[in-house]
Design a protein around this ligand. Structure first.
Ligand SMILES: Cc1cc2nc3c(=O)[nH]c(=O)nc-3n(C[C@H](O)[C@H](O)[C@H](O)COP(=O)(O)O)c2cc1C
Length: 158
């Protein structure tokens, strides 16, 4: 199954996970970048990113190349923002015809909220998620538990 990981990452944890999964599955990645990225300051990131996620905004993205017909399956990878899908992922779903694809999803979080994100993502896609993976800040915590969870997720997708 031709697979691509489509991800957004503000501070590198989701990117770390996406790269690790891509390496194990031998698949491509597409990093989504908003034209105006969110601030990374300790307080401002929660204010701006949180508000944008709760308001279900769809910010303009930097130009990217995605040929939908080239893939059977999309793995979405995103941080959890206020128990919501990150806005760049919303933009991507709005901009592309993903009819007939299989889906899986990865959420990186500091505490909780990933299950709500999976529900919202599945509803937005109008399709189930075949597999899901939840990681706690995998770049900041490079431990055996996260490694094992990534390996098992990849096994389930093979
Ligand atoms: C705006 C914002 C909202 C967040 N909301 C949550 C949350 O609801 N639950 C949670 O566990 N972590 C939350 N976090 C923490 C991130 O989901 C977590 O640190 C994640 O691993 C960061 O991924 P990244 O490094 O790829 O950006 C939030 C972070 C930001 C910036």
């Amino acid at each position: 199954m031709k697979t691509i990981i489509v991800y957004y990452s503000l501070e590198g944890n989701t990117e770390f996970a996406a790269r690790s999964i891509a390496q194990k599955l031998g698949c491509e990645t597409l990093r989504l970048e908003p034209q105006k990225d969110y601030p990374t300051g300790k307080v401002t990131k929660f204010l701006w990113g949180g508000k944008s996620a709760v308001m279900a905004e769809t910010p303009a993205l930097k130009p990217y190349t995605f040929d939908s017909g080239s893939y059977d399956r999309i793995i979405f990878a995103s941080p959890v923002w206020a128990s919501n899908i990150t806005p760049p992922i919303r933009t991507f779903i709005k901009e592309n015809d993903l009819t007939g694809k299989r889906f899986a999803a990865v959420c990186c979080q500091a505490g909780n909220g990933a299950e709500k994100v999976f529900e919202k993502l599945s509803a937005l896609l109008g399709a189930p998620l075949d597999e899901t993976l939840v990681l706690i800040d995998p770049k900041a915590h490079q431990n055996a538990e996260n490694e094992e969870k990534i390996a098992q997720f990849c096994d389930r997708l093979r």
